[in-house]
Each structure stands twice: as C-alpha cells, then as structure tokens.
Design a protein around this ligand. Structure first.
Ligand code: LMR
Length: 211
C-alpha cells in the first residue's frame, strides 16, 4: 500500500496535482497536512481555558492550509474538571473565538516564518507524526481530527475535485469525513471563501501543467 502525505506548500493543491499525476494510486491514499493548524487551534483554546491541549477536542480546520483556512470551534469540547463542555460556554468570549482566535491560527505559519526567518520545523514534524499515527492507529473514540482529503461526494456542499481539509475519523487505516455537523451562516461563508481559493489554485495549476 502507498500512502502519500503532502506537506510542501501550497500543500492542498500540490496534493491534488500529485494525485492527478499518479492515477494508479487510489485518491483516498492522498492527504495533505492541516494537523499543524489543528494543533495550533487546539493550543490557542487550551491556553485561553487554562487546561492542557489534551483537554480540548474536536476543533476543525476547514479548507486550505493558507490564511483563508477556517479554524472552527462550534463542535469543540473542553474538558473542565472531568466534564466535557462546549468551547463557546467555557471561553465566554464569542468576539475572540470569531475574531482574533481565527486570524491567529490562520496567520501562524507566516508569524513563525517572520520570527525564525525560516519555515516551521519541529511543530511541522510533530504534526506529521500526529497525522501518520492517526492514520496507522485510528482516531480515539469520539474524537475527530483535520486532514486535507478529496472533497468529491462530501455532504457539506464543498465543491468536488479539491483537496480540502475536513473533520475526519479514522478506523482500519481508512478516513471518513465526519457527517452531520451543523453549519451556521458564519461558518458557511468562511468555508466557501477557502473553497474559492482552492478552486482558483487548482485551475491555475491545471492550466499550467495540463494535468
Ligand atoms: C506553517 O504553517 O508553519 C508552514 O506551512 C508555513 C510555510 O509556508 O512553510
């Protein structure tokens, strides 16, 4: 079996082009890294709530590994003294969760490059290990993670033929997009914006390469 994880930017579109260029490998075997963003979102919430990151689950990164990505905490749970509570109820600061939290995660990669004069290294390596471990061992019961995967046939109205980051659960080395999560108008607008960027990237790459 050949599993392909694409990390180099633009990771989603590079992954799409790799998959199109290697048609003998099943499309489901390709994914791109948004675990870096997922881990960043989880940490931001954990710091805000004063708990370890392991007490925060089910953040979602939708879309592109770029500054249009949508870090979504509408389904995120925070374990406070043994009880799982909705992130919005624990943080009690909707303006932050819908504002600075999102932009901080969206721009973290650029902030790391500015501070280090180099791209992220250890955090990317850690995220790659997390991504591959979850593919190999599965996601814990009741938890989902974020991965850039093929969008075709998804139930969230994301256009087909993109590598788009979704919430996924993994069992027997097979990922499945988590179904049935409620999407409000705020989330819809952000999910559509990052999809629009991916369509533009795909169309430019396909026109240039002729794949
Ligand atoms: C990151 O998110 O840290 C990196 O993808 C940034 C980059 O462009 O290397």
């Amino acid at each position: 079996m050949c599993l392909v994880l694409v990390v180099g930017n633009p990771a989603n579109t590079n992954c799409l082009i790799a998959a199109k260029s290697a048609p003998s490998i099943p499309k489901e075997n390709f994914s791109c890294l948004t675990r870096l963003d997922h881990n960043r979102a989880r940490s931001q919430v954990a710091i805000r709530c004063g708990v370890p990151a392991t007490h925060v689950r089910n953040v979602i990164i939708w879309g592109n590994h770029s500054s249009t990505q949508y870090p979504d905490v509408h389904h995120c749970l925070v374990n406070m003294s043994g009880s799982d509570l909705a992130c919005f109820d624990v943080v009690k600061d909707d303006a932050w969760l819908k504002g600075d939290f999102i932009t901080t995660v969206q721009q973290r990669g650029a902030a790391v490059i500015k501070a280090r004069k180099l791209s992220s290294a250890m955090s990317a390596a850690k995220a790659i290990c997390d991504h591959m471990r979850d593919i190999w061992s599965g996601t814990p019961e009741g938890e989902f993670t974020s991965m850039g995967v093929f969008s075709s046939g998804n139930s969230y109205g994301v256009p087909d033929d993109l590598i788009y980051s979704f919430p996924v659960q993994i069992k027997d080395k097979t990922w499945k997009i988590v179904e049935g999560l409620a999407i409000n108008d705020f989330s819809r607008t952000k999910m559509d914006a990052t999809a629009a960027e991916l369509i533009e990237e795909r169309d430019t790459a396909v026109a240039f390469l002729g794949v």
